[in-house]
Write a protein that binds this ligand. Sequence first.
Ligand code: FAD
Ligand code: NAP
Length: 339
Amino acid sequence: MTLQLQSDVSLKPYNTFGVDVRARLFAEARTDEDVREALAYSAQNRIDLLVLGGGSNLLLTGDVDALVLRMASRGIRIVHEDCDRAIVEAEAGEPWHPFVQDMLAQGLAGLENLSLIPGTVGAAPMQNIGAYGVEIKDVFHSLVAMDRLNGELREFSLQDCAFGYRDSVFKHQTGRWMILRVRFALTFAARLHLDYGPVRQRLEEQGIKDPTPVHVSKAICAIRSEKLPDPAVLGNAGSFFKNPLVPADVAARIKQAHPGLVTYPQPDGQVKLAAGWLIEQAGWKGFREGDAGVHALQSLVLVNYGSASGHDLLNLAQRIQADVLERFGVTLEMEPNLY
Ligand code: FAD
Ligand code: NAP
């Protein structure tokens, strides 16, 4: 067995909330064989298996009575190239933002709006990560995952992944698919998406008239750094709630009572409500109780000021959910995965 198993390991360094819980067993998987060994160990010893990437989209609510397998496989390769585009394959354990920077350095466009998102390549398809009007489904080619039920490898096409708003087939079959590597279709000529939030304005302020993907990436990194807490300084898992999608008549009804409601009509007729606005209006922005709080600049982000437990953070999230439901009749869905 090449897999190095450790017992009773603190997961504090492995989750961006910095919650201090312990794993019964912990190992790092660098190869497909390691993942296969972990699966076999889990089956033979009747111990659950929890796959971890960068731990930036989960909330650990207690000690984890499982084998926690951190994906640490590395490798990036171009598997196909023609004059317009390249298909790039990256191993699950590759850190996301350095991968984006690597692609930009090679003159490959498509990932620039997804700059500075924490985590790993392997976790990116889980919730179809998105930012500034781009989601990975827009540049996704295919992926390879191991089926936990029988250890077999399976290829997933774009269609197979059933990507939706912060959603995919993998979110609905929790723990079944261990994503080993992901392929992206990136282009040499850029089709930039600038009309979202302050991206275009930021580029104009910098006097950039003909932006490249690298300019866009830098602008987005700057905007994000000003607004979002750095998990290395203040524990958080990014947006704690998804922006709710509601039917147009429901949005209109809420807007009648609350004219300031921030709404984004969707192509399918639904309306996206800015969850951050709802939480802020309910008075939670900057709230703190013990070490659990709501970030002062972005009310979608729950923060750990030091020693908040997963329960403290979950309790706060549930209070916010109940309050928003009572005031606006809107159910906020939590985004991070709870364990
Ligand atoms: P983890 O938190 O380790 O895991 C998340 C889930 O995926 C868990 O259920 C885990 O079991 C599963 N998983 C992990 N790896 C694998 C694998 N290889 N195979 C199968 N299952 C796996 N998200 C966005 O969409 N857009 C943003 O702009 C964004 N900004 C963020 C900003 C900050 C400051 C932070 C802290 C988070 C942000 N996030 C954002 C959330 C998060 O970074 C992403 O969802 C990221 O993709 C999670 O990657 P991870 O490796 O940390 O996953
Ligand atoms: P923002 O720009 O202040 O916008 C607030 C909200 O309004 C966002 O949630 C965004 O929805 C929505 N929005 C803004 N412009 C829009 C448009 N033109 N069309 C449709 N919806 C629009 O948001 P922010 O907090 O600074 O985040 C910027 C981007 O990074 C967003 O895309 C956000 O999703 C992403 N982000 C995600 C996380 C996470 O953990 N999931 C954390 C930080 C940032 P969307 O969220 O649907 O884009």
